[in-house]
Design a protein around this ligand. Sequence first.
Ligand code: 1GP
Length: 246
Amino acid sequence: MIYNELTKKLQKEKLHLTLIDPDKQKVEEAVDLAKEADKAGTDAFMIGGSSPTVVLQLDEVIKKIKETSKKPVILFPSSHAVISKHADAIFFMSLLNSRNTNYLIDEQVKGAPLIKAYNIETIPMGYLIFESGNTCASQFVSDAKLLPADKPEFAVAYALTAQYLGMKNIYLEAGSGAKKSVSNETISKVKENVNIPIIVGGGIKDKNVLREKLDAGADIVVTGTINEGNHNKMVEIIKEVKKFKN
Ligand code: 1GP
């Protein structure tokens, strides 16, 4: 089970997830980046994107990544359409601060029978989207009531809700390409209050910012945009995560 494997690893180290949006590059480029990330020590791949055309190369990208790497491939779906039978697991997530029931429960209901038919492992996750100083695609499409960057108490209440509902992780998301990543204060307040792993992503562009997120209490960090154009920066970030000592 991927969840058990990652949970075990988390007891001794922080984790890095490499987000690959199949819509953002050619299949070969996605595979090259996956190879580099694997070599640098990333812990798993997260596959997804907000564009409706993300499904075009979804299966092929996953199949090819699985031919080149043994690391788990986890779906990070923006809708029920973004499910591939080739994936090892899926973040079965609910966008808790959305005003639209579509992202809270409807997409999940539409996707559940297919997940069962494909026998994909589900990893329940609470997903929260924050203000980031710019409008990211996930903020625009999801109809989220964005969490304020400077009022961590709201994030804490949502994160506790996720935990009490039985979700196994909480994802603090600033949005892909965010100008400002989720604030360190928010991460540390959530960390003080919940005991499920905290995933942080959006706007992590260099190892200094990444380091701050780890120091604040992030258990798992996600990078997406930086991987696409700059493999060196991605490798630097992955190495920084893997050498982090609690
Ligand atoms: C988006 O949190 C991820 O869902 C990654 O964001 O593309 O800014 O790294 P970036």
